[in-house]
Design a protein around this ligand. Sequence first.
Ligand code: FES
Length: 166
Amino acid sequence: MSQAVEEKVEEQEIDLSGANQILDKYTDFPGALMPVLQEIQEHYGYIPEPTVHLAAERLNIYASQIYGVLTFYAQFHLEPRGKYIIRVCMGTACHVKGAGRIAETIKDRLGVGHAETTEDLKFTAEYVACIGACGMAPVIMVNDATFGSLTVQKTDEVIQKYQKMD
Ligand code: FES
């Protein structure tokens, strides 16, 4: 491991053994950047910076090339994300029916706005375009579950339900 990677690891206290194991499988496949990044994200929940430098070193490509891929594809995240991703629909139907109020309630109760994560890494909020459930507007999703016809009170209930979960 180069000194640059070691410094990044110390800075962020990341255990690179998981990333090394993933990279071990792909050492003979230099074009395997996408599956490598997908597996790293699956392992850590996001792509920690030291793993980018490690992957660059081991796949013999520039870190800048990897950052290019990471910023191009919305599926990759460079910051830790919450266990529960709350997607607040901001599409037209939801907007008209009070999505702003729902987003404010979430911000007020959890302290997170768009693309923000609570310090305990439990919740990440994301404001998204229409999620195809306009008949139930305003709508949020928490991971795969959809909650519609929301009021401030119902939003509170949803938040409380997930707060009680691990
Ligand atoms: S606008 Fe929100 S689900 Fe379509």
